[in-house]
Design a protein around this ligand. Structure first.
Ligand code: HEC
Length: 246
C-alpha cells in the first residue's frame, strides 16, 4: 500500500512543480563550465550569501578546490569561514531546528538542486523576488509563489515590484498573469552586474550537481586529440604499406 502511495506521489509531484511555474517564462542562463573564474566567483558567492541557511552535504571543500584550481591556502581564505576542515562537506552552520522555527521549513540542501530544477529555473528564480507586503518575509517570487526564502540578494539587486495583467476567461471569470518587473529601489550592482553574479552562482550550482562534467569534458577533448593523432599515423602507415604493393 505504501509503495502505491509513494508511486502516486512521485507521479503527481512533478505536475505540481510544473503548475507552479506556469505562465512564467524561464530566462536562459547558458552556463559555461569551462569558465573557471566564473565558477570560483560562484563558489565565493555561495559561501557568502547562501550557506548561512543552505548546505551542500554531498560536496567536499577540497574537491571544490581541486576542481576549480584553488590552493589549500586560497580555499581556507576564500571559502571556509567556519571551523570546518578542508576535508569536510559544505554544511551550513544553521541548526535545522532553528531554520524550521524561522522559515517554517528547513532550507533544502543545494548539492543536487541544478539536477532537480535545472539551471534556467535557478537563474530565473534568483532574480524574481518582488516586494509583497502580504508575505511574512515581505517578498514573494514569480517562479516560486509563496516561497519562504527571504530575498537575500536584495542589497545587490535592489527591490522590484511585479506587475500582473488580468486575463479574462470566456465565462467572465478572470485570473492574474505575471507581466513584468518594475524597479523600486536600486541595488549596489547594475542589472548587468547582477545578472553576471546570478550566472556565476547558477554555474556553481550546476557544477555541484554534476562535478564529473568538468572532468568528462577534458577527458573528451583528450580522446578526440588521441583519435586525430591515431588517424594521421594510421593514414601514413597505410600509404607506406601500399607503396610497396604497387
Ligand atoms: C535566510 C536563509 C536563506 C538564505 C541565506 C538562502 N536561502 Fe534559499 N531558501 C531558503 C528557504 C527557507 C527555502 C525554502 C523555500 C520554500 O520551499 O518555501 C529556500 C529555497 C531555495 C531554493 C529552492 C529550492 C527548491 O527547489 O524548492 C533555491 C534554488 C535556493 N533557496 C537557492 C538559494 C541560493 C542560491 C542562495 C544564496 C544566494 C540562498 N538560497 C540563500 C532560505 C535561504
Amino acid at each position: 500500500m505504501k509503495a502505491i502511495i509513494c508511486a502516486i506521489l512521485l507521479a503527481v509531484l512533478p505536475a505540481v512543480a510544473v503548475a507552479q511555474d506556469e505562465g512564467v517564462k524561464m530566462q536562459s542562463v547558458n552556463v559555461d563550465l569551462s569558465n573557471t573564474a566564473s565558477l570560483q566567483r560562484g563558489a565565493k558567492f555561495f559561501v557568502n550569501y547562501c550557506m548561512g541557511c543552505h548546505s551542500a552535504r554531498y560536496v567536499r571543500y577540497n574537491s571544490v578546490a581541486r576542481d576549480l584550481g584553488l590552493t589549500d591556502t586560497q580555499l581556507e581564505y576564500y571559502l571556509i569561514f567556519t571551523a570546518a576542515k578542508t576535508t569536510d562537506t559544505m554544511v551550513s552552520s544553521m541548526p535545522p531546528a532553528d531554520a524550521e522555527k524561522w522559515f517554517g521549513i528547513v532550507p533544502p540542501d543545494l548539492s543536487l538542486e541544478s539536477r532537480s530544477r535545472g539551471a534556467d529555473w535557478i537563474y530565473t528564480y534568483l532574480k524574481s523576488f518582488y516586494v509583497d507586503p502580504s508575505s511574512k518575509t515581505g517578498v514573494n517570487n514569480t517562479v516560486y509563489p509563496k516561497v519562504s526564502m527571504p530575498d537575500v540578494l536584495w542589497e545587490l539587486q535592489g527591490t522590484q515590484k511585479a506587475v500582473f495583467s488580468t486575463v479574462k476567461n470566456p465565462d467572465g471569470s478572470s485570473y492574474q498573469v505575471f507581466d513584468h518587473f518594475e524597479p523600486l529601489t536600486p541595488g549596489r550592482l547594475s542589472p548587468q552586474q547582477f545578472d553576471k553574479l546570478d550566472r556565476d552562482l547558477t554555474s556553481y550550482l550546476v557544477y555541484m550537481g554534476d562535478p564529473v562534467m568538468l572532468k568528462s569534458r577534458s577527458l573528451g577533448l583528450r580522446v578526440i586529440g588521441f583519435l586525430i593523432i591515431f588517424f594521421i599515423i594510421a593514414y601514413l602507415l597505410k600509404r607506406e604499406i601500399w607503396k610497396k604493393v604497387h
